[in-house]
Design a protein around this ligand. Structure first.
Ligand code: ASP
Length: 584
């Protein structure tokens, strides 16, 4: 037997017990006549003591040659510690070692394997298996497991069935590029890895599964943005015979359950907001509603005052920054520089201080008097002591710029408390989205999303105005899930493909199987998918999803530990009937 106990469980009640322990050497303190070793495993750390007077010479000898991360097994007696450590569950005891076996040696690890490490990100990723020995990383993985178990239990109890769908499939249109896999047996042909199991889960509804879920890997070959992974995990769900309301209620239930079970937080409000309202009030379709700073549209209050910048702008919009009047001139100038950075792209920023005495001082005092500024304050909801920040220009650009500023300021002012959870449904998304590059409309969610009843006709006259039965679940300013009620009849689906620019041949080649299935009694259905990685990170009070993935890829999409992607040899290419042509 390798061990009788783990390294996290022994305490004063075990004193005088004979135990066998195994684990990794975390720390060694060698005083010659006495050696202390911290022995670590997944469950904790136990202090070992080797004492010249009570431990044999041979064992002392072996102990003196131990190095960090050696794997050892020891026999010994639990004894009371002289200097107790109240911060450790095992801090009252130590093990007086009788026998020791070195199970495996270790090279000196490239960084310290303790809660705080000196290892940089790259090094820790290269030796991720060592990083996983560290408590914070290990705990994140255990946390993720808890979340997935809670999801599985909740949905299973609600009669959902977890069904696996294939990974080697044909393109699924979630708006990214596919990762493709060449088929050896079908020369010149390729599988695509699923961007999501979308079409399969719909086919499961046609198959009568009624309630499906799957915790499933999805693959999207996108240009990598910070904290995106080319492979990520979804909690993918679909239900038959449902309307939007049924889906919202079911998954509000799941979210409440997770917040209660995992975070011990009861959520009273679970508000809903239309996409249009979210854009107008927060300039964003995933607003963080833990704090106010709602947009105030100032066009009417700023026109006809000779300030051409505002007169000519499609939108003049401001926010009140709580307590922002305490910002120094220098700090405000830095904010102006911040919004002018290319990543944000604002032309400039007008500001107005709301002094404690009720007076205003703005950067455009030349054009606006106290009465005007009082109106700005009323519209943005500013109070004495606040700072009003105003941006102007093309409506959709200004909204996203002010949204970025709002989030940045909230972060700086500590208004984004990770312990506070504010979920929100954003509903009534537009069905279509204009794509500048291809100069045409694309499905905003995906082409299987149904338009709101009675809106199909609008497609001809005002396509951008058509609203969809599509919804997102937002938590603390992050989209954690999104879904829709689907089209379930062949005619509407062909019309949609036609509208999205597929020729009938293309539609048939890519999605013929789905439209065929719709002809055999497809029930009305709809669903949602949660991004598990992000959900886990947010529930864990953090924002970096990499920290909750055992073996993540870096920002360039590389696994630096196994060094992938990598070239394959010529023989393998030949077998796949592929020829490599590398552009220089
Ligand atoms: N397949 C969709 C996605 O990955 C989710 C859904 O519509 O259920 O975003």
């Amino acid at each position: 037997m390798y061990r009788t106990h783990s390294n996290g469980e022994l305490n004063a009640s075990h004193i005088n017990t004979q135990v066998t322990l195994a684990g990794w050497v975390q720390k060694i303190r060698n005083k010659g006549f006495m050696i202390w070793v911290d022995l670590r495993d997944r469950y904790g750390i136990t202090q070992l003591i080797f004492d010249e007077e009570r431990t044999s010479k041979e064992v002392m000898e072996i102990a003196s040659q131990l190095g960090r991360e050696f794997v050892i097994q020891i026999d010994g007696t639990v004894i009371e510690r002289e200097s107790k450590n109240p911060n450790m569950p095992t801090g009252d005891i130590e093990i007086l070692v009788k026998n020791i076996t070195v199970l495996n040696k270790s090279l000196t690890p490239p960084f310290t394997i303790e809660n705080e490490t000196d290892g940089g990100e790259d090094l820790r990723m290269k030796y991720r298996y060592l990083d996983i020995r560290r408590k914070p990383v290990r705990e994140n993985l255990v946390f993720r497991h808890k979340v997935t178990m809670a999801v599985r239990n909740y949905l299973s109890e609600k009669n959902f069935v977890e069904v696996e769908t294939p990974y080697l499939i044909k393109s699924t249109p979630e708006g990214a590029r596919d990762f493709v896999v060449p088929s050896r047996m079908n020369e010149g042909q390729f599988y695509a890895l699923p961007q999501s199991p979308q079409t399969f889960k719909q086919l499961l509804m046609v198959g009568g599964m009624d309630k499906y879920f799957q915790i499933v890997k999805c693959f999207r070959d996108e240009d990598l943005r910070a904290d995106r992974q080319p492979e990520f995990t979804q909690i993918d769900c679909e239900m038959a015979f449902v309307e939007q309301e049924d889906i919202l209620n079911t998954f509000e239930g799941l979210t409440r359950h997770l917040l209660k079970e995992i975070n011990g937080v009861g959520v009273s409000e679970f508000p809903r907001m239309t996409y249009d309202e979210a854009m107008r009030k927060y300039g964003n379709d995933k607003p963080d509603i833990r704090f106010g700073m709602e947009f105030g549209e100032l066009n009417a209050a700023t026109q006809h005052k000779d300030f051409n910048v505002f007169n000519q702008a499609e939108l003049v919009v401001g926010i009140a920054v709580p307590g922002g009047n305490s910002f120094t001139r220098k700090e405000i100038d830095a904010l102006i520089d911040w919004v002018k950075r290319p990543q944000i792209g604002a032309m400039g920023m007008v500001y107005c201080r709301y002094n404690e005495d009720g007076s205003f001082k703005s950067s455009v005092d030349k054009f606006y008097d106290q009465e005007d500024l009082q109106r700005w304050a009323a519209i943005t909801g500013a109070k004495p002591g606040d700072l009003i920040c105003v941006l102007s220009g093309e409506a959709h650009k200004v909204r996203s710029q002010l949204s970025a500023l709002r989030m940045e300021l909230a972060q700086r002012l500590g208004l984004r408390d990770p312990k506070v959870f504010a979920p929100l449904w954003v509903v009534d998304f537009p069905l279509l989205e204009w794509d500048e590059e291809s100069q045409r409309y694309h499905a905003m969610h995906h082409p299987f999303t149904s338009p709101k009843p009675g809106q199909l006709e609008l497609l001809e006259t005002d396509p951008g105005a058509v609203k969809a039965n599509a919804y997102d679940l937002v938590l603390n300013g992050n989209e954690i899930g999104g879904g829709s009620i689907r089209i379930h009849d062949k005619e509407t689906q062909s019309l949609m493909f036609d509208y999205l620019g597929f020729t009938p041949q293309e539609a048939k080649a890519q999605f013929g199987f789905l439209m065929d299935a719709f002809q055999y009694g497809a029930p009305p259905h709809g669903g949602i998918a949660f991004g598990l990685d992000r959900l886990v990170a947010i529930l864990g009070g953090q924002e970096t999803i990499r920290d909750f993935i055992a073996f993540p890829k870096n920002n360039a999409g590389r696994d630096v530990m196994i060094d992938a992607p990598a070239p394959i040899d010529t023989a393998q290419l030949e077998e796949l009937s592929l020829q490599l042509k590398i552009k220089d």
